[in-house]
Design a binder for this molecule. Structure first.
Ligand SMILES: Cc1cc2nc3c(=O)[nH]c(=O)nc-3n(C[C@H](O)[C@H](O)[C@H](O)COP(=O)(O)O)c2cc1C
Length: 165
């Protein structure tokens, strides 16, 4: 079985998760940036990862899923600055799942990723109190995804594989 790990990552968090998943997979695997994918036809299983932007999948990832997920055996991995336990996270994840409608979805992994300094600075300058509060919370995301989260990502890869092999 041939497996592809494809990821979109602006500041490196989702790439760390992609690398952890890739390392956990047995041979006959490839890892690729989303921008470099031309066709998914050569793969039996696809792990697709991306960050949350504005409460949903980053636009490039959304477009990718809407165009390419149809009929594919797929697992999603997602990073976001909010803590996993935040009430809005399940809604954000649902929007990602909706974008992959038509895929045979084998699982979804999500974890916190550090909020980039420049994004945090922009949020802290916002005139909207809600955005400033989000920016302040960025301080609590330092170093994410950490080793524990990456270990969970590797375990997720095993769980997905167990469903198809
Ligand atoms: C433009 C932009 C919008 C974002 N919007 C959200 C959001 O709505 N909710 C959230 O939890 N994190 C949000 N984030 C934070 C990212 O999802 C998080 O830092 C992620 O781990 C970045 O992944 P990357 O390093 O792979 O790009 C946003 C980041 C950017 C740059």
């Amino acid at each position: 079985m041939r497996t592809l790990v494809v990821y979109y990552s602006q500041t490196g968090n989702t790439k760390k998760v992609a690398d952890a998943i890739f390392a956990a997979l047995p041979r006959d695997k490839e890892i690729m940036k989303l921008e470099d994918v031309t066709s998914l036809d050569d793969y039996d299983l696809i792990f697709a990862g991306f960050p949350i932007h504005s409460h949903g999948p980053a636009p490039k990832a959304k477009e990718f899923l809407e165009k390419q997920a149809e009929g594919r055996a797929m697992a999603l991995f997602i990073t976001h600055a909010s803590p996993e336990s935040a009430p809005d996270v399940s809604h954000m994840i649902q929007r990602c799942v909706n974008a992959a409608a038509g895929a045979q979805l084998l699982g979804v992994f999500n974890c916190q990723g550090e909020l980039a300094r420049d994004v945090m600075d922009r949020l802290l300058e916002s005139k909207h109190p809600e955005m400033r509060m989000f920016g302040e919370q960025g301080n609590f995301t330092r170093g994410q995804p950490d080793a524990a989260r990456l270990a969970r990502a590797a375990a997720f890869a095993d769980e997905v594989l167990a469903k198809v092999t």
